[in-house]
Design a protein around this ligand. Structure first.
Ligand code: ATP
Length: 375
């Protein structure tokens, strides 16, 4: 097992696409690490550059103490599981699992023993003689994992490991993968564009955009204190509410209402500054009766999501553009089952203490507070 250290890592493809832009990142020994971001942000390129399937055009990659930047994939001691699993269709499960050992010139009986042992660990013992075409998607995924595990690599690299599975199977495979990684303790990097998967599985997440890393943190950190409005909009099953606001007399003017400055922004902003007020739909309390100092708006949509509902409100656009009014906009709030309003109702919405954040020029105002994150 080993840490992975990337310094100034850059990949410019022929034709000029800068898929990785001077990226610095350290993944700790034994960590389960997610690369998350929208399509085209460079996740797969980063994974393939760690694997050695792409050659960096600048910077370095080290695995443990070894600089592997120019090493062939086979000499890096990594195992990659591809999105489509890339199993050999004409080989049995046993031979698929044993294949990398054959390449490494491990003897026939040792190979068979290792393949059986790994298959047993992954609940595949009964399937050893089958071909991949005779397996379910989840079983194929396990065979691909078993093949990667059989060589005891220092690093696992998983490219969208759950994307080929249906929704129910994905949840099952997610739990299985997390347990397996914990048990093996192998440094594991996985690519996903699904923020809920990254939040559920990873010890830490790097959120990428345009070949750069916008934030690295634990799931709790990136969820509760997104470092910028990009991460705020990307993380969470519903994006964070981001409302234009103005600082007036040490308070915030948002949609015609004066709100207290979020704690983390105290002393960090000056009167007259334009900022963005951010609060997650989960961290707002909805009231059907007027509440002092709350934002109020008209309910436009109610989406029932089982144990709770997502309510969308239109905030009023103030009449004038005088100081303290601030622009209007839309707001989403999570409301418990049974307390939903109806479209057309007027509602009052207030953030829970310590949950609102302030962004200036797209970046979080105020140093991240570990206490607030842990709260
Ligand atoms: P997705 O989630 O869609 O797989 P990604 O975040 O994994 O996206 P990459 O596949 O790493 O993104 O691609 C990053 C950028 O590099 C994209 O603009 C892509 O078009 C470009 N790119 C990827 N592979 C190549 C290639 N072989 N040649 C040229 N450009 C490439």
């Amino acid at each position: 097992m080993a840490a992975i250290t990337m310094s100034g890592l850059t990949k410019v493809y022929p034709g000029g696409v800068r898929a990785l832009d001077a990226l610095d990142l350290t993944i700790a020994d034994g960590e389960f690490f997610a690369l998350l971001g929208p399509s085209g942000c460079g996740k797969t390129t980063l994974l393939r550059t760690i694997a050695g399937l792409e050659v960096a055009t600048g910077g370095t990659v080290a695995i443990g103490e070894r600089d592997v930047t120019t090493l062939q994939p086979g000499r890096r001691d990594v195992a990659m599981v591809f999105q489509d699993y890339a199993l050999f269709p004409h080989m049995s499960v046993r031979d698929n699992i044993a294949y990398p050992l054959r390449i490494k010139k491990v003897g026939r009986s040792a190979r068979a023993a290792k393949a059986t042992e790994t298959a047993e660990e992954l609940g595949l013992a009964a399937l050893l003689e089958r071909r991949p075409g005779q397996l379910s998607g989840g079983q194929q995924q396990r065979v691909a994992l078993a093949r990667a595990m059989a060589c005891h690599p220092q690093v696992f690299l998983l490219d969208e490991p759950l994307s080929n599975l249906d929704a129910r199977m994905r949840l099952e495979a997610r739990t299985f993968l997390k347990r397996l990684q914990r048990e093996l303790g192998v440094t594991t990097v996985f690519v996903t564009h699904d923020q809920s998967e990254a939040l559920a599985l990873a010890d830490r997440i790097a959120v990428m955009e345009g070949g750069r890393i916008r934030q690295v943190g634990t799931p709790v950190e990136v969820f509760r204190r997104p470092a910028n409005t990009f991460v705020a909009g990307f993380i969470g099953s519903t994006p964070m509410n981001l409302l234009d606001a103005e600082v007036v007399n040490g308070r915030l003017a948002v949609a015609g209402v004066r709100l207290d400055l979020p704690e983390s922004a105290h002393g960090q902003v000056a009167d007259g500054e334009s900022v963005v007020y951010g609060v997650r739909p989960e961290y707002l309390d909805y009231s059907a009766a007027p509440v002092e100092g709350a934002l109020s708006g008209r309910v436009v949509v109610v989406e029932h999501l089982g144990s709770h509902s997502l309510v969308s409100l239109d905030l009023p656009v103030p009449d004038g553009d005088g100081p303290g009014e601030g622009p209007g906009g839309g707001l989403q709030v999570v409301v418990p089952e049974g307390e939903e309003p109806a479209p057309g109702d007027t509602g009052w919405v207030r953030p829970r203490p310590g949950r609102a954040l302030l962004y200036r020029d797209g970046e979080l105002v105020g140093a991240p507070s570990p206490a607030a994150v842990a709260a």
